[in-house]
Design a protein around this ligand. Structure first.
Ligand code: ADP
Length: 421
């Protein structure tokens, strides 16, 4: 069974093709991405498993070029479809060889709490949520519609970033602003990275050989975007990102939590709302504080180690915000079985993990320093045997989660049948 997973972002379209055997094993057949959509020079990166990666520059041609049009999501999907069908480099002979397409979708509002088979109603919900995710939801829709065009008759499933967090109770998701604003505009916390938190929480349960439904977990997704979730017996009870992915932890270029009055103070001092938005999303976080013109954690750590005090301060801020959230979630969960680290930083940086765990020793949690140093990008328990809470490294795999959730849904709805070969 070949399954295509699509992640259509504002300026890119990423894809993975999985092959699932009827025994439930999966392998990646091909991956790739079209980058710089809507910009003058788009390009296509493609890799068939076991072959070298290729990079091709892309341009619109003919009348559209004369009009100054750039590559869009439909163009990108055509390139992907043609490549997958290519007799030499492709991995399918016919579009029907793809049994289903799973889409990463960002904002499903309150109406979507689990993966859904895409129909006109689901597309309407994605449209209704555009005001909550103005950059991501239109791109998700464009990716879905392009798949409907190039893979007619193949079922599409959407797996939403917000869905796993929909179990939060009102005291976690409401802001203490007039209740009518929640009712009228849907202003509340939704949370993001849900597919990643869900995947690593389940994978951790499997890894620890404990039932997911009986575990209390604090999952830390630390990448360019960072978020943390408190998961009680398989259900999210709180998470750090809010109505948008700006709230919560300090990130690569995003501020995370700030006093909301700062926004008004800056507008009062002459910045436009768009400038403040841009500053908080693109010029803040590690990039804003470290003073090295980079929000990349590896570069900030390197600068800090070379004695750059501002970079060292950015690291302290990054770690301190995480520690505060872990403390809060430990209390909300009334204790936790494990803290899970994932994302580019969480999976790879023993330095950051050590700094965080050092500061939560009040919870009787202790790192095994050699396990920590040796566990890079692989599942591992990095706490000592005596530690009261386990500390786990668990690589995320959102594409695989989207693929498996899509297949499970299609099987349960009778839209797919398993055939032994
Ligand atoms: P995204 O959120 O865009 O998917 P990733 O999850 O790939 O991003 O995370 C990117 C971040 O991970 C960057 O800040 C990068 O510097 C950081 N990172 C990757 N490897 C390491 C490492 N070995 N040590 C510290 N940070 C790392």
């Amino acid at each position: 069974m070949r399954m295509l997973v699509i992640n259509a972002g504002s300026s890119s379209l990423k894809f993975t093709v999985f092959d699932f055997s009827w025994m439930g094993r999966q392998t990646v057949l091909a991956t790739g991405q079209v980058e710089c959509l809507g910009l003058p020079m788009s390009y296509f990166i493609y890799q068939k498993s076991g072959h070298t990666k290729s990079k091709t520059e892309l341009e619109v041609v003919g009348e559209r070029q004369d009009r100054g049009d750039y590559f869009n999501h439909t163009d990108a999907m055509k390139v992907v479809c043609d490549k997958l069908l290519d007799p030499e480099e492709g991995i399918i002979k016919n579009i029907k060889d793809i049994i289903a397409i799973g889409h990463r979708a960002v904002h499903g509002g309150e109406k979507i709490t689990k993966p859904v088979i895409i129909d006109e109603k689901v597309k309407d919900i994605i449209r209704e949520c555009i005001s909550l995710a103005p950059i991501h939801n239109p791109a998700n829709l464009a990716g879905i519609e392009a798949c409907e065009k190039f893979f007619p008759g193949v079922p599409n499933v959407a797996v939403f970033d917000t869905a796993f967090h929909q179990t939060m109770p009102p005291e976690s998701y409401l802001y203490a602003i007039p209740y009518e604003l929640y009712k009228k505009y849907g202003i509340r916390k939704y949370g993001f990275h849900g597919t990643s938190h869900h995947y690593v929480a389940k994978a951790t349960a499997n890894f620890l050989r404990m039932p997911f439904e009986e575990l209390k977990l604090i999952t830390c997704h630390l990448g360019n975007g960072c978020s943390i979730a408190a998961i009680n017996n398989g259900k999210v009870i709180d998470t750090s990102m809010g109505m948008t992915p700006l709230e919560g932890l300090v990130m690569g270029t995003r501020s995370g939590d700030v006093d909301p009055a700062i926004v008004l103070a800056l507008i009062d001092r002459g910045m436009s709302p768009q400038e403040v938005d841009n500053m908080l999303n693109k010029k803040s976080g590690l990039l804003g504080v470290a003073g090295i013109n980079s929000g990349d954690m590896r570069e900030v750590i390197e600068a800090g180690e070379k004695g750059n005090l501002q970079a060292a301060l950015a690291l302290k801020l990054f770690v301190s915000r995480i520690v505060k959230y872990i403390g809060a979630y430990y209390a909300e969960l009334n204790g936790a079985d494990a803290i899970v680290f994932t994302g580019g930083i969480g999976e790879n940086s023993c330095v950051i993990r050590a700094k965080i765990v050092e500061q939560i020793s009040a919870f009787f949690v202790h790192l095994d320093s050699s396990m920590n140093a040796n566990s890079v990008g692989v599942p591992a328990i990095i706490s000592t045997k005596e530690s009261k809470m386990k500390v786990v490294v668990m690589p995320t795999n959102e594409e695989l989660m989207i693929a498996t959730q899509s297949i499970d849904l299609l099987l349960s709805e009778g839209r797919l049948k398993l055939v032994a070969v």
